[in-house]
Design a protein around this ligand. Structure first.
Ligand code: ZN
Length: 270
């Protein structure tokens, strides 16, 4: 337990017959301020599993084997009033670390963190393999609609060759009737929470996206257009930039991204 918890709360816990173990797991997960935890001490189980009952879809962009299945990947699929190729190969660092592997590893880390907070997490793919492809962007876009899930994060890494381009940006859907009219407002809120959360773990906002504020609003992405639940796509950084690439290819760097993304979901669903 943290020293800040204090005797007052310990006394309350004992008086209320609440097992201290439930409390200590609450304080260790996302590192929220102890004062906030203390203030809500009577609702201790809610604090321990703040995302209990919530369903979150995590979409790790691309699949490692996409480049081995060009016919399947180039097939056109519905994208929200128009058609687009099923998927792309994704980008890579200059050293050859694939976007599919980055998104897979970060997504798994985010999943573990959200599950510790009590959420149910659905993934849009269940492997990262050279002999697999997809799913297509229309399936990714619809993932979670039927449940319906409470939020969906689509995780990507960008591939800009512009000199010095680095940092993350968050893409949210525009208001496009009838496709995104139902979700564009909560998705914008999810985008703002995601930007704030990634900043809060020390990640820099992209310096190469119009506006320079780390936000982008797009109407051309099936992953966003076909969603009936609040959703954003996150470009964690520019894989072609050496500084971003170093972060993406290290376990610690990926944990930082995952920490930020889990915090984003928690902010949004609080
Ligand atoms: Zn991508």
């Amino acid at each position: 337990m943290r020293p800040l918890i204090g005797t007052a709360l310990a006394t309350m816990l004992l008086a209320g017959g609440i097992a201290p173990a439930a409390y200590s797991s609450a304080s260790s997960v996302e590192g929220g301020p102890a004062s906030r935890v203390a203030a809500s001490a009577p609702r201790i189980t809610t604090v321990a599993r703040p995302l209990g009952g919530k369903v979150v879809v995590i979409d790790p962009g691309h699949q490692l084997g996409n480049h081995n299945f060009p016919a399947k990947i180039n097939r056109l699929v519905p994208a929200g009033g128009f058609k687009k190729p099923c998927n792309t190969t994704g980008t890579a660092t200059n050293g050859g670390y694939p976007e599919a592997t980055l998104t897979w590893r970060v997504a798994r880390n985010v999943k573990r963190r959200l599950e510790r907070l009590g959420a149910t997490v659905r993934m849009t793919r269940h492997s990262n393999r050279q002999d697999r492809w997809g799913p297509c962007v229309d399936a990714r876009g619809r993932a979670g609609n039927r449940i319906p899930a409470d939020a969906k994060l689509s995780i990507h890494g960008d591939g800009s060759t512009a000199s010095g381009a680095h940092g993350f940006h968050v893409i949210a859907p525009t208001d496009r009737r009838p496709w995104t009219h139902d979700i564009f407002k909560p998705s914008r809120r999810l985008a703002l929470d995601t930007r704030a959360a990634l900043r809060s773990v020390g990640l820099p906002v992209a310096n190469y996206i119009a506006g320079g504020d780390g936000l982008d609003f797009r109407s051309d992405l099936a992953t966003l257009n076909l969603s009936d639940i609040p959703t954003v796509m996150v470009e964690l950084g520019n894989m072609r930039n050496p500084t971003d690439a170093r972060r993406m290819t290290s376990r610690h760097g990926r944990a930082t991204y995952a920490h930020g993304l889990a915090r984003a979901v928690r902010r949004y669903l609080r």
